[in-house]
Design a protein around this ligand. Structure first.
Ligand code: TPP
Ligand code: MG
Length: 333
């Protein structure tokens, strides 16, 4: 089966002329990073309960992929879903309020980090059950297909760990056999909790999974936001014209798996190496080297991203909690 391996070049030089788009990309990955750094701070101060999964280091996958989607496209993300929700246009104030369990959160504070959803933006939800979102993406794609909705796809994120779940394989087979418009976005961060991909599977080239279902696969450097955007755009076009495909994005989470992670399964050197190659530093250097942005412009974007997150935190902290007698409203399970 055909396999397309893409690097930054696939984004095309024309994108480099679109300064507004480049700015949106840089701002997106910066907002995603600062959102999660603020979550860590608010967590440590006791304003956020339960747990949360940070994708620090993986911002380019969530932002680059969702920026290649249209507003009407459906998107389902994982337990590590903050960046994809931000990239798909979820209201940042509403997301932060949701993290704090406030009534004005995007799910009225009932869902929290692992259930962030906003149907008005096609965000059908994060999902704490590993791999369970892939069949749901097929359901959304069936709606598109049965109603004959033009120019719309269903995109689902899942991890390298989830790629071994039966539900994901059933979903890929179902989508392929029916030609459903699903983009299967596999974020390969090389670990499922503390298990290295090298221990989890014999064949670590996960693009090969696509061939079993007669699908085309795409692959990109997931720490390069331009490459992710360009490849996801091509993959989306492929889905509209030919049916489902698998898009594998290679990245690394420098943050721990969840709030409780002693990082005992990887070395400090490994983490430091990936920190140095993080998507924000890489994209900023690229923009500077190519003289597309000045240092002042990049600093200004950084400050505006910080202001967005400060405002969101202030909004969330001031927002009311649900009333006790209404706490179970909208909670179905
Ligand atoms: C069905 C199911 N099994 C196990 C878990 C526990 N669990 C939560 S995240 C995770 C690892 C998932 O790894 P991967 O799919 O690679 O995503 P990543 O955490 O690396 O983003 C596991 C096993 C779960 N939430 N759901
Ligand atoms: Mg993983």
């Amino acid at each position: 089966m055909e396999r397309a391996v893409n690097s930054r070049g696939c984004a095309g030089e024309s994108i480099l002329k679109d300064k507004a788009l480049l700015r949106k990309m840089l701002e997106g990955i910066m907002i995603a990073r600062k959102f999660e750094e603020k979550v860590v701070e608010l967590f440590s101060k006791g304003f956020i309960h339960g747990t949360t999964h940070l994708g620090i280091g993986e911002e380019a996958t969530g932002i680059g992929t969702t920026m290649a989607l249209s507003r009407g496209d459906y998107m389902l993300c994982t337990h590590r879903g903050h960046a994809p929700a931000i990239g798909k246009g979820c209201d940042i104030n509403g997301m932060m309020a949701e993290m704090l369990g406030r009534e004005s959160g995007v799910c009225r504070g009932r869902g929290g980090s692992m259930h962030i959803a906003d149907f008005s933006r096609g965000i059908l939800g994060a999902n704490g059950i590993v791999g369970a979102n892939a069949p749901l993406a097929c359901g959304a794609a069936m709606t598109i297909s049965l109603k004959g909705i033009p120019d719309r796809i269903s995109a689902v994120f899942f991890g390298d760990g989830a790629s071994n779940q039966g539900a994901v394989h059933e979903a890929m087979n179902f989508a392929a056999s029916r030609g459903l418009p699903v983009m299967f976005c596999l974020v390969n961060n090389a670990y499922g909790m503390s298990t290295s991909i090298k221990k989890a599977v014999k064949e670590t080239d996960l693009t090969k999974r696509a061939a079993a279902y007669g699908m085309k696969s795409f692959e990109c450097d997931g720490n390069d936001v331009l490459a992710v955007y360009g490849t996801a755009r091509e993959a989306r076009r492929h889905v509209l014209e030919n049916g489902p495909c698998l898009l594998v994005e290679h990245t690394y989470r420098t943050s721990g798996h969840s709030k409780s992670d002693g990082n005992l399964y990887r070395t400090k050197e490994e983490i430091a190496g990936w920190e140095a190659a993080n998507p924000i530093a890489r994209f900023s250097s690229f923009l500077l080297e190519r003289r597309l942005f000045t240092r002042d412009e990049i600093d200004a974007i950084d400050r505006s991203a910080a202001a967005v997150i400060e405002a969101a935190a202030e909004y969330a902290l001031a927002a009311p909690c649900p009333r006790a007698e209404e706490a179970m409203d909208g909670v179905f399970a």
